[in-house]
Design a protein around this ligand. Structure first.
Ligand code: BYC
Length: 325
């Protein structure tokens, strides 16, 4: 057995024994690359995900709703920061990751390329999009790479609040006027199918799943998580008194879960390839924010350098004093 094969075997044994992999541990290059890909795409999704909801901060229907929405959008920025930091521990700089987003090389979740047309969309995002995110991310709390798993624990706590706030908006609308009820149903109709797409392609089409499951980066497959999501939403929609826009949705006694209609995979890949309704708008907004924030990054770097310099000077002074005594 070659040294490389031996290292690979030892690595897989550690993963199988549920020992977390930490930044300084040896890891196969492909494991490192997969993690940088997934974690950075996850970080980009959090940051791009601030845009559709941020769009409604100035138009939230009350002071209370506005304060809650601001807190949620700020949380997403925090999630992005934890995740960029986790990815940086694998040796890729944040600047590189952001360049890859801006050049179109790195992906981010397809879901954020749809527009938020009404206030009910903010409710539907919280309930469906954050609901889908929670199912996926609770599994990632047990992912094999330590810094990613630990970041996810905190993120999941905040996601639960996000889902609740979304559901609360929809409950209020579903008990409102006929126009509010219609707005609620319309938002659910538009967000349902894109939310199912968030889990990624079918298992049979998923290029990364097999290896990621073996390395315990992923703990459940795309289809398993999607199925749990459908089963969960079928129960929750009853509380709203609304319907899910799928005529093929029905309980399958033999399988013990719900059958559901075929996802429009052409639409999914079209959005992933950059041709969704808002892809261009989202990337342009991120590039503009990056360019306009340059002076902040420069000022922060200058401040950090100055602090470092004065710290070194005071250490030198201490050494001089010790020498003199
Ligand atoms: N959108 O082999 P597969 C949030 C790509 S943030 C775009 O199954 P994998 C929130 C995939 O990258 C939600 N692309 O991939 C934030 C791959 O292409 P590459 C984000 C997608 O990685 C703010 C190709 O398709 N959550 O919740 O094994 C406000 C083949 O797929 C998508 C995460 O990022 C998609 N939906 O599995 C509110 C969670 N799906 O990279 C909410 C972490 C697939 O080979 N990520 N692709 O060129 C994951 O769990 C996994 O990366 C995925 C995909 C399940 C998403």
């Amino acid at each position: 057995m070659s040294t490389a094969q031996h290292n690979d075997t030892l690595f897989q044994e550690r993963v199988d024994q549920e020992i977390k992999i930490e930044p300084r541990d040896w890891m196969p290059e492909a494991y490192r690359k997969t993690l940088v890909r997934q974690i950075s795409q996850h970080a980009h999704s959090e940051i791009v995900g601030m845009l559709p909801e941020g769009n409604w901060i100035s138009r939230a229907p009350s002071l209370k709703r506005k304060a809650i929405l601001i807190a949620k959008v700020q949380d997403e920025a925090g999630h992005g920061l934890y995740l960029y930091s986790a990815a940086e521990t694998l040796g890729t700089s944040r600047e590189q990751m952001i360049n890859d987003l801006h050049s179109g090389k790195a992906k981010y979740s397809s879901i954020f390329n749809y527009p938020t047309l009404t206030w009910a969309d903010i409710g539907a995002i919280g309930w469906l999009v954050d609901g889908a995110a929670i199912l996926n991310q609770v599994m990632l709390c047990r992912t094999s790479y330590g810094p990613y798993a630990r970041a996810m624990v905190r993120i999941c706590k905040e996601e639960s609040f996000h889902q609740r706030q979304g559901f609360d908006i929809l409950i209020a609308l579903s008990k409102g006027t006929d126009a509010q009820k219609a707005m609620c149903q319309d938002a659910i109709n538009r967000w349902w199918w894109p939310s199912l797409m968030m889990f990624g392609p079918k298992d049979t089409e998923s290029t990364n799943s097999d290896q990621s499951m073996k390395w315990k980066i992923k703990r459940k497959s795309n289809d398993e998580l999607r199925q749990s999501f459908v089963d969960m939403c079928v129960q929750q929609i009853k509380v709203l008194g609304m319907t899910l826009p799928d005529p093929d949705l029905k309980w399958n006694e033999a399988k013990g879960c719900h059958d559901f209609g075929e996802i429009n995979w052409d639409e999914f890949w079209n959005v992933v390839k950059g041709n969704g309704p808002c892809n261009k708008q989202r990337l342009d907004a991120r590039k503009k924010a990056w360019a306009e924030g340059e002076w902040v990054r420069e000022a922060a770097t200058a401040f950090a350098n100055k602090r470092q310099k004065s710290k070194l000077e005071s250490l030198n002074n201490d050494a001089d004093i010790r020498k003199a005594v």
